[in-house]
Design a protein around this ligand. Structure first.
Ligand code: TA6
Length: 296
């Protein structure tokens, strides 16, 4: 595998042609291409990449809070989705196949770190816990895996959410559906968080969609399917919620970093641990992982 460490991104490429690019701002994966060079992730053409706003696309890392923070909570003064996606991480290094027990030249793992001493004064004041995050991005010919390890480096326990906010690139959102969430309970954020039961095993996106599916068996793949063919299939470890989001027409117009037509070519399917607060005792660590398999 080849690796290029640029000013703002770390880019890696396998001999078979697959490639990944990770922006140090938010440790946001901003590109994942298959061997044929086809881009799998959506990044808005209006995304802001200068560190002044979370990147609109790719795989933003959401920590320590998902959504608008609740009142009377340690995260109350943080922005929506927390600070991890809006902080500059450091590149910790790479590991290639052999050290991962894989066949030579088939896999590369990039590690990124963010710790309490690296975030802004404002963020530290808002959430004054000693923490360490290690985010691993592992590229193989048949999958992309991203994993977040959370370490509590202080003596006080803290609680948190984690969510991997995947923006998938799709040819036409009106032709895809999201499968394997049938009979699951979800909160519908387009209807004041009302709890509902999913009746369909092929969820079509026909309007503003913002649903947090709860208590999802992480080993069951959740897929984005087009005409019966899976474009993406996601399995998880330690992440038992799945959020499905498409802003649709009105919301698209109201986002400065999102084109008015962008909603037609993307869908967010976001593994997370956001139903309850994960509690981490001082000195303990927690890990959540997603494995995304692309179209065959
Ligand atoms: O993942 C769904 C969601 O929580 C939506 O409610 C919407 O707010 C989206 O995230 C994007 O949030 P952002 O803060 O990136 O504009």
């Amino acid at each position: 595998p080849t690796i290029a460490i640029n000013e703002n991104t770390v880019d890696a490429k396998l001999p078979t042609g697959e490639s990944v690019s990770v922006h140090l701002f938010g440790a946001t994966v901003v590109s994942w291409k298959l061997a044929d060079g086809e881009e799998q992730l959506f990044v808005s053409s209006k995304a802001i990449l200068n560190g002044s706003k979370a990147i609109r696309g790719g795989i933003p890392v959401v920590f320590p809070v998902f959504g608008p923070p609740p009142p009377n909570h340690a995260t109350s003064s943080l922005p929506q989705h927390g600070f991890a996606r809006s902080s500059t991480w450091e590149f910790l290094g790479k590991s290639s196949s052999e050290s991962l027990g894989k066949k030579a030249d088939t896999t590369i793992k990039l590690d990124f770190g963010l710790s309490s001493s690296m975030i802004s004064e404002d963020f530290r004041r808002a959430w004054p816990y000693e923490f360490g995050l290690v985010y691993s991005v592992t590229l193989s010919p048949d999958r992309l895996e991203t994993s977040l390890q959370v370490q509590n480096k202080g003596s006080q326990p803290f609680d948190f959410h984690v969510l991997l906010h995947n923006y998938f690139k799709v040819p036409d959102v009106s032709k895809i559906s999201v499968t394997n969430l049938q009979n699951k309970t979800y909160t519908d954020k387009t209807e004041k968080g009302q709890q509902k039961q999913e009746t369909s095993n092929a969820i079509a996106i026909t309007g503003s969609t913002d649903r947090v599916y709860l208590d999802i068996d992480p080993t069951v793949p959740v897929s984005v399917v087009e005409n019966g063919k899976p474009l993406f299939s996601i399995t998880r470890e330690g992440l038992n919620t799945v959020t499905v989001w498409n802003p649709w027409v009105e919301n698209a117009k109201n986002m400065i970093d999102f084109g008015d037509e962008d909603y037609k070519g993307m869908v967010c399917v976001e593994p997370g641990a956001v139903k309850n607060w994960q509690v981490l005792e001082g000195g303990d660590a927690w890990e959540g992982t997603q494995t995304i398999k692309p179209r065959l």
